[in-house]
Design a protein around this ligand. Structure first.
Ligand SMILES: [Zn+2]
Length: 255
């Protein structure tokens, strides 16, 4: 009997140790999410109809003119965010690493991308944290960088809006994944979160300062600012990251 209890105790302790270790390991993943969590606002109204301010989207037609692309610099000028995004204005500072704040990295990549796209006749708007009300473009990309307490965590990831009325955001994401990987050589991080898909600038149901529902949108986490591997690209050579984004956009728009 005593031997039996001994075995049970050993089993219980064993299970506890194994689960603690597993929880601790997975901590590196959840921490990478929590560092940027405050920039997101989850959809909680997925089944609500399209707000009337957008009119009848069935009859919506693309405005006449050359291809237009919006590049949002994540966290840039967040102190200017309107009251409807007060929570992000107060807490959405973003990641830091390699001696830089995230918005500086995002801005450098966006500016280089703009140069590549303008050379091909694309009109580019560089946007700060605050999106103009019902902003429309053929393509909208929110540019961000990740952070993690573990400097070995690396890679980039792309996500489409949770709710996509254009039906084309998935294709934009696929193209960005392929072209960004090809240009940068960075690995694809598969930990796309619900938070990314519920990014506030996609949430035209709730916020006035969000994209128009007919804007094809994606969010790109360009790499980890806290990873020496990723820093070699996103901090030291933003042009390589920009090349990947621009190639993807040109391919997607067929320019
Ligand atoms: Zn960010």
């Amino acid at each position: 009997m005593r031997a039996f209890f001994g075995i049970v105790v050993v089993l219980i302790v064993g299970v506890a140790v194994v689960s603690y270790t597993a929880a601790h390991r997975s901590g590196s993943i959840s921490e990478s999410v929590s560092t940027t969590e405050v920039e997101f606002e989850l959809f909680d109204d997925i089944n609500v109809a399209v707000p009337s301010r957008f009119g009848d989207l069935e009859t919506w037609r693309r405005p006449v003119g050359p291809p237009r692309v919006g590049l949002q610099v994540g966290h840039w000028k967040r102190e200017e965010l309107p009251d409807e995004l007060k929570r992000l204005r107060e807490r959405g500072g973003g990641a830091s690493g390699g001696g830089k704040a995230e918005w500086e990295i995002n801005l450098a990549i966006a500016e280089e991308t703009k140069e590549f796209l303008e050379a091909k006749g694309v009109i580019v708007d560089i946007l700060p944290s605050t999106i103009p009300p019902a902003y429309w473009a053929d393509v909208f990309i929110a540019i961000h960088a990740d952070g993690n307490v573990n400097s070995e965590v690396s890679g980039f990831k792309v996500a489409a809006p949770h709710r996509d009325l254009t039906g084309r955001a998935g294709s934009l994401v696929d193209t960005l994944e392929a072209e960004y990987a090809r240009s940068t050589g960075l690995r694809l991080d598969f930990n796309v979160t619900r938070n990314m898909r519920g990014y506030y600038a996609f949430n035209w149901r709730r916020y006035e300062h969000a994209v128009h529902p007919m804007t094809v949108a994606a969010i790109l986490e360009t790499g980890f600012l806290t990873s020496p591997v990723d820093q070699r690209v996103i901090v030291a050579q933003p042009r390589i990251a920009a090349r990947g984004i621009a190639d993807a956009v040109l391919k997607f728009l067929d320019v």
